[in-house]
Unconditional design. Structure first.
Lengths: 405, 269
């Protein structure tokens, strides 16, 4: 049993932290205030460090630490969460990593050659488009159609609450792995997963006015007779539902990583503050009402962080040893992380705000940005809070706890 | 250009705690890193190599942790590393360390330039560069904040010199040295690069040699605690006591505080 990060992992963590402290953190408020996206030089700098290439083999321009991709990605995304608490940059990155990994695993050679080198270079965004106006949690019920004809999928429908709409169409370039219904009669066995470059003819978009992570756009994508060549398909026809679930497992681990990083920083801000803020003649830290709260939150966060590291390792191990655990077991573990990290982070950040008092309610203080950002992962994004409970209940209690059967 | 960069691992200074009762620094169990000066020396070596070709060798004396720490130097761009971690070298004074380094450099043999931090971030004695230069009988310059390699031709033979700008606090001095030479650098020299993931993953595959006392031909009477002539009498954090002076009158209070701050050098007139 080995709990330590390896020398290489530690070194990579330190490199990402040094980059973030020097380049990302000082610009985090500006990014949130301006709402003009993530500065190119930050993406470029992270790409130069190899962050966008963690999931991508050297052959496609990446620098994947083979067999340890999720462990390294977990490390990098936590660091980004610490530095950019609104989580726009962490989310942008984790989407490229998590869904990029799925392209690495299941994309056709042509798709990989076309997309992956540009992802690794930070020029190209890869996200996910599953949710529709009718909902996202009940995936088996999505409607966007993609009839296969003459080597192409003809896609019609609408996807909503999609991250990276402006980034992939206006600001940079990119696309989304999209769940489409290719066999209307076959229920969840009638979906296919295709990568759709966001600039394909027939795609229009609109954006939503989010309350947080202001440097990352969210919007809707409308598809009208969009022709998607067959080589953009991931895996096999009509197996999209399962690939989507597998991709969720990867992305959710990294979502939890972003939340854990943000929360860790929030707690450090509070810890440093209560040591120097004097009230009634002594530092705030001397009041057990404060110090015990911080101690409890630290304990909860440390436990989650360790469990997250374990889960990332389990995901890596599952790809190396397919019999190690089942994908369903991994889903349970991942959902524990994805259920806990955003909600615990939101709760801890709120408590930190009470320690800092009125200052925490100003934009000068990063805690508000953190709270607004992390709420996106409480309410939804890669599966909302309650959906994670449903998955855990399904896997732990059994079918008796499944409402859709 | 074959360049040797001498690197010292130091404890992470940001994590040192001071015992409140005794003012002793608590240094046990802290992570070991390379200091900023060493990183600047290495960065400069890699830049010179990128321009002039050749090889960069990282050389370090220290605890067995060096096997891990040295990977950073290899990831940044050193082509190979030599580490000396024998317990015989423990608790050396600057002279003892300089002997080990000089003998290791002598064994490496082929070199044009020896770069190192002007001082180490932990002890800051600044003795190593001049001492190894003396032991190797090489020209030496310290406090270098700018470096340039000059290639010339003297009666048909290629010559190499290095031009250094020395920081003398109130003045800058430009000096030229014939190579090989020893150069101690300051952190103004450059901004060290960060190692990308691909280089980190490959660092472990670069040559890493571990040399012991017999490899470099040094004996216990030249190095380690026995050979040390320096005795550390005290190493304590400065006393910090709060004066707790309360001024009832604001005007008088402000004037007194300004006066005190001027005296302490916090403010200047």
């Amino acid at each position: 049993m080995e709990f330590r990060l390896s020398t290489e992992q530690e070194l990579f963590k330190r490199m990402v932290r040094e980059f973030c402290e020097k380049n990302v953190e000082p610009r985090s408020r500006e990014m949130d205030d301006k709402e003009e996206g993530i500065p190119d030089e930050l993406i470029k700098g992270l790409a130069d460090l190899g962050v966008f290439g963690i999931m991508i083999p050297e052959k496609y321009g990446g620098s994947a630490p083979e067999g340890e991709e999720m462990t390294y990605a977990n490390i990098a995304v936590q660091e980004l969460g610490r530095a950019e608490m609104s989580m726009a940059l962490p989310v942008y990155t984790l989407l490229c990593l998590g869904w990029g990994f799925l392209i690495t695993k299941y994309g056709t050679e042509q798709l990989k050659e076309e997309v992956l080198p540009r992802v690794a270079a930070g020029e190209y965004f890869t996200g996910i488009a599953t949710t529709e106006p009718g909902g996202g949690s009940d995936i088996a019920n999505i409607q966007t159609s993609g009839m296969y004809k003459d080597g192409k999928f003809i896609v019609n429908g609408e996807k909503v609450y999609i991250s990276g709409v402006l980034e992939s169409i206006e600001q940079r370039d990119g696309g989304h792995i999209t769940l489409i219904r290719t066999d209307p009669e076959a229920g969840h066995r009638g979906f296919t997963f295709v990568f759709i470059p966001a600039k394909l003819p027939g795609i229009s978009y609109s954006t939503f006015d989010d309350i947080g992570r202001m440097a990352l756009s969210t919007g809707s994508l409308v598809y009208k007779d969009v022709e998607v060549p067959e080589y953009y398909m991931l895996g096999e026809m009509n197996r999209g539902f399962y690939l989507n679930m597998e991709g969720f497992n990867l992305a959710r681990i990294l979502v939890a990583a972003a939340c854990v990083g943000m929360t860790e920083k929030a707690l450090e801000i509070s810890r440093d503050y209560v040591k120097q803020r004097v009230l009634f003649g002594r530092p705030l830290a001397k009041f057990e009402g404060i110090s015990f709260e911080i101690a409890e939150d630290h304990a909860k966060l440390e436990q989650l962080k360790l469990y997250l590291q374990y889960t990332a390792w389990a995901a890596d191990t599952l790809y190396k040893e397919p019999d190690f655990i089942s994908h369903r077991d991994l889903s349970r573990m991942v959902s524990i992380c994805k259920m806990e990290a955003p909600m615990l982070g939101a709760e801890i950040t709120q408590r930190c705000m009470t320690h800092l008092g009125a200052f925490s309610y100003t934009k000068e203080c990063p805690l508000g940005r953190g709270l607004r950002g992390i709420m996106s992962y409480v309410v939804g994004a890669e599966g909302g809070y309650h959906i994670q409970k449903l998955i855990i209940a399904r896997e732990y209690i059994g079918d008796e706890a499944v409402p859709y059967r | 250009m074959n360049i040797i960069v001498c690197m010292k691992q130091v404890i992470d200074l940001e994590q040192i705690r001071i015992k409140p009762n005794t003012r002793e620094p608590v240094t046990k169990g802290l992570p070991l890193l390379f200091g900023d000066f060493e990183k600047c020396a290495l960065e400069e070596a890699v830049r010179i190599q990128e321009k002039h070709g050749g090889k960069v060798t990282a050389l370090a004396v220290g605890s067995p942790k060096l096997k891990d720490t040295i990977k950073e130097a290899l990831a940044i761009g050193a082509d190979e590393a030599i580490i000396l971690t024998d317990p015989m070298f423990n608790d050396s004074d600057a002279m003892g360390s300089a002997r080990v380094i000089a003998k290791a450099i002598h064994k490496i043999g082929e070199y044009d330039l020896i770069l190192l931090g002007d001082s180490s971030a932990d002890e800051y004695s600044g003795e190593i560069p001049p001492r190894i230069a003396e032991l190797l009988d090489l020209p030496q310059v310290g406090f270098a904040r700018e470096l340039e390699i000059l290639e010339g031709n003297d009666q048909g033979t290629n010559t190499k010199t290095i031009r250094a700008v020395r920081d003398l606090e109130d003045a800058l001095e430009v000096v030229e040295l014939d190579l090989p030479a020893v150069v101690g650098v300051t952190s103004e020299l450059n901004t060290p690069r960060l190692a990308p993931l691909s280089a980190i993953l490959k660092a472990g595959r670069k040559p890493l040699n571990e040399w012991g006392p017999e490899d470099i031909g040094i004996t216990a009477d030249e190095v380690g605690a026995n050979a040390s002539v320096v005795e550390v009498l005290s190493n304590l954090a400065p006393v910090q006591d709060r004066k707790e002076i309360i001024y009832e009158d604001v005007e008088e209070g402000v004037a007194e505080v300004v006066k005190a701050l001027l005296q302490e050098g916090v403010l200047t007139q």
